[in-house]
Design a protein around this ligand. Structure first.
Ligand code: NAD
Length: 497
């Protein structure tokens, strides 16, 4: 049995815990690995090493840090097939989708290569007579990241390349369901020339998370996962005086206006609702059919959902792979049962599919509900599976209100040919990432990623300019050098006259 350990101070490390987690291949249901679930003392050791490494790393000129990151980028490209296969083997998503998610992570690494430009700061000559002032951004110290199962490469790569480029050292606690890809990335970063102790991985569960939250030498925590845990991280990190960004769950709506290009909307929704088996925080799980478009929309989508090709992620013909674990499969099926009980119309039922040769895999077919109402739990809660709910409304204003009233505010889209509807939607919607005729509006690496409302606790989004702000502290220096002129003591607030 493959054993996944920790990566601390540049070495694979077993640690002191004898707790282990099981890792299954979702395509077959077979256990392939075990992961060590670390202890508080493993985490504390990693922090000690990262703290020592910070003393040197924070003083390495930004251009030299960038060169190591550039080499890391090359190594990711060279090893992309192996990294992608690790994602497929533990998460289950189809190969091309896994590769796409790796590329989106790689783009953050590319962005981080430009760190000298981003840390340049600001300078003003003569803020007062013979007085200059400048602002600079300095790293925080040992930063930590806690990540979810659904993007085992991309979400960690939203965090650690930015933190490390800014001069911090980093401890990653990946999801215990699929940690192998992160481990491989740590080895590649070392191969690129990253000094030992700068990037560490401590595998584990709540025990390691709590140890991160309590450790006084960690000034900043980044989290991505479900909303209840995001809130827990936010509250406890703040209580322990840490800077925190905690991204949570979602229920993303796609508004389909009667004037839209319906083919474009249907194709967009298919990918956004059923891609990665709906296990994306930016998945569109609600289609809001406006006016009289509902019947045509449901008719066209249902045909496509019935024909979805479900299969193992490594099969090139599969459009949708299995769910991540047996428990998650049961949970998603439970939501479909609930929707039927709540009175929604189940137009396509994917609960009972069986794949020959993969009878123990965690597969579910695409499911489609129509006439979903806003007081149903299948509308209110995040299902995180291939289940699309169609809600029908009379007009644009009702669609807008519906989305603004929802507790989550991660992503949303509108399909329309009308510029006024698109612009008003973008302006009035209380959601962090908005698409106009774009199904999954995930910002590219040089913008920043983050939702509103209960999809993000904290002030800053991830990667891009917000990432630089999160992982640095601003310092402003005001200086005067001795000249012939000597001033007398001043007891009033200095102002320029
Ligand atoms: P999760 O909240 O169960 O786990 C996330 C991380 O928290 C994992 O590392 C896990 O070990 C840890 N954790 C779990 N339970 C904990 C507890 N009780 N105490 C302390 N730590 C705990 O999330 P998941 O199931 O791995 O991922 C799916 C969720 O992540 C979905 O809700 C999805 O919307 C969300 N997500 C959000 C974004 C975003 O950008 N907003 C991106 C990806 C995923």
């Amino acid at each position: 049995m493959n054993l996944i350990q920790h990566f601390i101070d540049g070495k694979v490390f077993t640690g002191s815990s004898n707790k282990k987690g099981k890792i299954f291949n979702p395509a077959t249901g077979k256990q392939e690995s075990e992961v060590i679930l670390g202890s508080k003392s493993d985490l504390d050791l990693a922090v000690e090493k990262a703290k020592t490494a910070f003393e040197t790393w924070s003083n390495v000129p930004a251009i030299q840090r960038a060169r190591i990151i550039f080499k890391f980028k090359e190594l990711i490209e060279k090893n992309s097939d192996e990294l992608t296969k690790l994602i497929v083997a533990e998460h289950g998503k189809v190969y091309e989708d896994a590769k796409g998610s790796l590329t989106r992570g790689l783009e953050v690494v590319e962005f981080a290569c430009g760190i000298p430009q981003m840390l340049k700061g600001e300078f003003t000559e003569n803020v007062g007579t013979d007085i200059d002032s400048w602002s600079t951004r300095q790293p925080l110290g040992v930063c930590a990241g806690i990540t979810p199962f659904n993007f085992p490469a991309m979400v960690p790569m939203w965090m650690f390349p930015m933190a490390i480029a800014c001069g911090n050292t980093f401890i990653l606690k990946p999801s215990e369901k699929d940690p192998s890809c992160a481990m491989k990335l740590a080895h590649l970063f070392k191969e690129a020339g990253l000094p030992d102790g700068v990037f560490n991985i401590v595998n584990g569960d709540k025990e390691v998370v709590d140890a991160i939250l309590e450790n006084k030498n960690i000034p900043a925590v980044s989290f991505v996962g479900s909303t209840p845990i995001a809130k827990y991280i936010y509250e406890n990190a703040a209580k322990n005086e840490k800077r925190v960004q905690a991204l949570g769950g979602a229920k993303n709506h796609c508004v389909v206006m009667p004037d839209c290009d319906l083919d474009q909307a249907v194709n967009g929704l298919m990918g956004a609702a059923y891609g990665s088996a709906g296990e994306r925080c930016m998945a569109q799980s609600v289609a809001v059919a406006v006016g009289n478009i509902g019947d045509d929309l449901v008719d066209q989508i249902s045909k496509k959902v019935e024909n979805l090709k479900i299969g193992p992620g490594m099969d090139k013909t599969s459009e949708m792979g299995p769910l991540v674990t047996k428990e998650h499969l049961e949970r998603v099926k439970g939501y479909v049962d609930l929707g039927v009980k709540e009175g929604a119309k189940l137009v396509v039922d994917g609960r009972d599919i069986k794949l020959q040769g993969y009878e123990n895999g965690y597969y579910i077919g695409g499911c489609l509900f129509d006439h979903v109402k806003t007081d149903m739990r299948i509308y209110k809660e995040e299902i995180f599976g291939p289940v699309l709910s169609v809600v029908r409304v009379n007009n644009f204003d009702e669609a807008l209100q519906l989305i603004n009233d929802h507790e989550f505010g991660n992503g949303t889209s509108i399909y329309t040919r009308d510029g006024d509807s698109g612009r008003t939607f973008a302006n009035k919607i209380k959601v962090g990432m908005v698409g106009i005729n774009i199904p999954i509006p995930v910002p590219v690496a040089y913008h920043s990623f983050g939702g509103w409302k209960r999809s993000l606790f904290g002030d800053q989004h991830m990667h891009g300019p917000e990432g630089v702000r999160f992982y640095t502290k601003l310092k402003t220096i005001t200086s005067r050098w001795p000249s012939g002129l000597r001033s007398n003591p001043e007891f009033v607030m200095p102002v320029m006259k």
